[in-house]
Ligand binder design. Structure first.
Ligand code: ATP
Ligand code: MG
Length: 580
């Protein structure tokens, strides 16, 4: 199998040697954090997880495992209007499916609301926070710019007592949304804009999926995150680069409060992937506007979409290991993810035969009612997986692409007078074909078989170059097969450089439904979600959501790039040139 250039070929075990692991090893050597390693994965339950989150999950759970530490699952649920139990449940399912276990350490920032409130009171009492009564717009105007310092709010010097009283009344629900906020009193001229008296609490009279109507003030991310880390005795708080500027505030809060422990934040580059978007906001838009069938649409870069598409968790973990952890943002090629999927499935996936665009093949000299059970190797990569029986009979289906009335150069499949091998069956020679003269469509191909070639080998050693797959017509399982292409046409649909709105770059051909496929009969009993290879066509899985015994549905997980993708490309190019 071919290798993707530049890819590391490490297995499932996390690679040592990135800057985060180096830092942790130094901390351990220096007995910092008393030799403990405690990380957390902190999703906000406002959407489904995507492959970018998988990188963070693999890192946080991976280092915890590697250094005999712990990793908490913590829901950062401080924005009740955007969060829901559905999202919480999907996140837990996805993390578990990826192969990670938070044991009994399932935490919620909302569990800390009482303590966070006490911390806020402590800041006010120390003269380090105040209630501001400017509007959101006014606060923004006062903030200044990168080149100009901000202006102090007229409420900045409210006495401590008044702040304590107002904050308590904010909590008691006396004020409307947006009338007051609690702000840290830091420095309105600070070069880092986030340090210009950031908001710590706001009023939001909204029902929370866990705390119900107990609270009408909610803490902001920057205040919540560092304190949650501290409450949980996290040692290494790993997050993506966009939080680099937030680190100063993270430290300021912890440095000015009497906290239970002192975690440290370290940033790494987020995963960006070509031909897709990795932002919950954009993914929600795709779902809400009906561009996809849901969060688990097999074209989505969500964990649930990849799962439904047939991506194995091992492949996703190997991919995360391969891309490594760096300090600089870049866009990873989708081909690398697909490579990881193929690499894993090549070893584990059983082989089957399926005809996606059927063309009838009649073997003229084969006895009418005869059926032979031929032996097929389940997986050449794993001889221990044994063989199975596949029925063979007089009328078969082959791929339309495997017959040409007029073969082009280097076309080694069926054509008038040509001999090919039917996979594991017999050598057949094309004698005739039936064509709809009006449309040019080939309706049927006729051939004779050589009974001496059972299994597909000629006793006289004559060379037959082409081998094609087939399915016995009388035994075929009729099914729908869905083929997928990239969801976007642009390599980076999110950038302004590509122009327009990101959804302008959606690929209209990302889904192709083939309703009339003929598959090997044993696939009728396949477990939903299980994965296999159709020889020459790629890796597929039974759709876990829509497949039923009466109407089986299969998804193509990924092509066999080295063979079929090339063939399909040639076919599409030929079709295109015909149209012109
Ligand atoms: P999005 O940007 O997609 O809306 P988010 O950062 O708002 O995601 P969170 O739920 O806050 O989503 O993320 C949980 C954790 O996952 C955070 O620590 C975040 O840094 C990390 N994370 C999110 N996106 C990526 C990514 N593309 N690559 C690596 N880590 C990511
Ligand atoms: Mg976020």
């Amino acid at each position: 199998m071919s290798k993707v250039e530049g890819a590391k070929t490490t297995g499932d075990d996390a690679a040592s040697g990135d800057f985060i692991r180096t830092m942790i090893e130094e901390d351990l050597a220096n007995d910092k954090h008393k030799g403990r390693v405690a990380t957390r994965f902190p999703p906000e339950p406002n959407g489904y997880l995507h492959i970018g989150h998988a990188k963070s999950i693999c890192l946080n759970f991976g280092v915890a495992k590697q250094y005999s530490g712990t990793c908490n699952l913590r829901f950062d649920d401080t924005n009740p209007t955007k969060e829901s139990v559905e999202y919480v449940n999907s996140i837990k399912e996805d993390v578990r499916w990826l192969g990670f276990d938070w044991e009994d350490r399932e935490y919620y920032a909302s569990n800390y609301f009482d303590r966070l409130y006490e911390f806020a009171v402590e800041l006010i009492a120390k003269g380090l926070a105040y209630v501001d009564s400017l509007t959101a717009d006014q606060i923004r105007e006062h903030r200044g710019t990168l080149t100009e310092p901000g202006k102090a709010s007229p409420y900045r010097d409210r006495p401590v007592e008044e702040n304590l009283d107002l904050f308590e009344r904010m909590k008691a629900g006396e004020f409307a949304d947006g009338t007051h906020v609690l702000r840290a009193k830091i420095d309105m001229a600070h070069p880092n804009l986030l340090m210009r008296d950031p908001t710590l609490y706001r009023i939001r009279k909204a029902h929370h999926h866990r705390t119900g109507d107990k609270w009408c003030i909610y803490p902001m991310y920057d205040f919540t995150h560092c304190l949650s880390d501290s409450i949980e005795h996290i040692t290494h708080s790993l997050c993506t680069l966009e939080f680099e500027n937030n680190r100063a505030l993270y430290d300021w809060v912890l440095d000015h409060l009497n906290v239970p422990s002192r975690p440290e934040q370290t940033e790494f580059a987020r995963l960006n992937l070509g031909y897709t978007v990795l932002s919950k906001r954009k993914l929600i838009e795709l779902v809400d506007q009906g561009h996809v069938s849901g969060w688990d649409d097999p074209r989505m870069p969500t964990i649930s979409g990849l799962r439904r598409r047939g991506y194995p968790p091992e492949a996703i973990r190997n991919f995360c290991d391969r891309i490594g952890i760096a300090k600089r943002d870049s866009i990873v090629d989708m081909a690398l993810l697909e490579y990881s999927v193929r690499e894993h499935l090549n070893v584990v996936a059983p082989r089957h035969m399926g005809v996606l665009r059927p063309l009838k093949l009649v073997i003229e000299n084969y006895p009418d009612d005869q059926v032979e059970e031929l032996d097929f190797i389940n997986n050449p990569e794993r001889p221990e997986d044994g063989t199975r029986k596949v029925p063979f009979s007089k009328v078969l289906y082959i791929e339309q692409d495997d017959f040409r009335e007029v073969p082009f150069r280097k076309y080694f499949r069926l054509a008038p007078g040509r001999e090919v091998r039917l996979r594991y069956a017999y050598l057949v020679t094309c004698t005739d074909f039936v064509k709809d003269e009006a449309t040019g469509e080939i309706l049927e191909v006729r051939c004779t078989y050589d009974p001496e070639t059972r299994g597909g080998n000629a006793p006289d050693g004559r060379k037959v170059k082409g081998t094609i797959h087939w399915v016995s017509a009388a035994h075929a399982l009729e099914a729908e097969v869905r083929l997928y292409d990239y969801l976007f046409k642009a390599h980076n649909p999110s950038t302004i450089a590509e122009g327009g709105h990101f959804s302008d770059h959606l690929n209209p051909e990302s889904l192709e439904v083939l309703a009339d496929c003929k598959l090997e009969p044993c696939l009728a009993d396949i477990e939903p979600g299980s994965r296999f290879q159709f020889e020459r066509l790629g890796y597929f899985c039974a759709d876990a959501k829509e497949s039923t015994p009466g109407k089986p549905v299969f998804n193509r997980t990924v092509t066999l790039r080295d063979t079929w993708a090339r063939i399909e490309k040639a076919r599409k190019a030929a079709e295109q040139s015909k149209k012109k």
